[in-house]
Ligand binder design. Structure first.
Ligand code: NAP
Length: 212
């Protein structure tokens, strides 16, 4: 049966994005050092061959258990859901062939026609809430899974709806000291998880938690 999963990277002190990483400072990565902090959290991913090929970064890159995990995550995903702030940063930086290759449902108050990219990614802009976006994503995903891609605001909404079957976190040993914190605004009844799988690497520990 199709699952709903979150798959994100997290700083050791619990942030999904460093302070200063906003569209307003997109071209000044030295602002509050956000570029270096983001790169340190994502370093493990940027090295993986599958990720590099999917983002048009060229040949080469690591192969192995982490690369396999990145590929499996993409292959199991039949639809993505993301927030407007994640989308607008991606719009400014993804290659023309956006790296999702599925329908993507963008939660936003902005009204906008679907944005079709080459390579199978179409962004649909959803104005009627998280539950509607999930219903549309489930229908689009078919037998495959629905990935809640981020950012923090959107992940929190799905945790509060109690629909997250698996929470996959790449915990990187880097401190941000501020930014977009993952675990805030999470309300009772709190979702409960148990550890399902751990993959340790030098740049991140990959933990998969599943709902109990
Ligand atoms: N660490 C990771 O793995 C990871 C993954 C993904 C993203 N990120 C980072 O996370 C940051 C963004 O996270 P964020 O928490 O600031 O923002 P976000 O979750 O990406 O987007 C929040 C915005 O989406 C819209 N939205 C959300 N829920 C809505 C709803 N129910 N109805 C209508 N609109 C809704 C609102 O924008 P409007 O009102 O303007 O439409 C809201 O301000 C970025 O820096 C991104 O790069 C990190």
């Amino acid at each position: 049966m199709s699952q709903v999963f979150v798959n994100i990277a997290l700083s050791l002190d619990g942030y999904m994005a460093p302070e200063g990483m906003t569209l307003a400072h997109w071209d000044t990565a030295d602002y509050k050092d956000w570029g270096a902090k983001w790169g340190a959290m994502m370093g493990w991913l940027l090295k993986q061959r599958y990720f590099r090929e999917n983002h048009g970064f060229g040949a080469g890159g690591e192969i192995g258990a982490v690369n396999d995990m990145v590929r499996r995550t993409m292959e199991r995903t039949g639809a993505n859901i993301m927030g407007k702030r994640m989308f607008e940063q991606g719009e400014a930086s993804w290659p023309e062939e956006a790296p999702f290759h599925t329908p993507v449902f963008v939660l936003t108050h902005e009204k906008r026609e679907p944005w079709v990219r080459p390579g199978g990614t179409t962004f649909f802009f959803v104005n009627d809430g998280a539950e509607s976006a999930l219903a549309q994503a489930r229908a689009a995903a078919g037998d495959r899974d629905v990935r809640i891609s981020g950012g923090a605001d959107v992940v929190q909404q799905y945790l509060n709806l109690g629909v997250v079957d698996a929470l996959e976190i790449a915990l990187a040993p880097v401190m941000f000291g501020g930014g977009r914190r993952l675990f805030e605004n999470v309300r009772e009844p709190l979702p409960q998880f148990k550890v399902d799988h751990v993959l340790a690497g030098p740049d991140a520990t990959h933990v998969r938690y599943v709902r109990t």
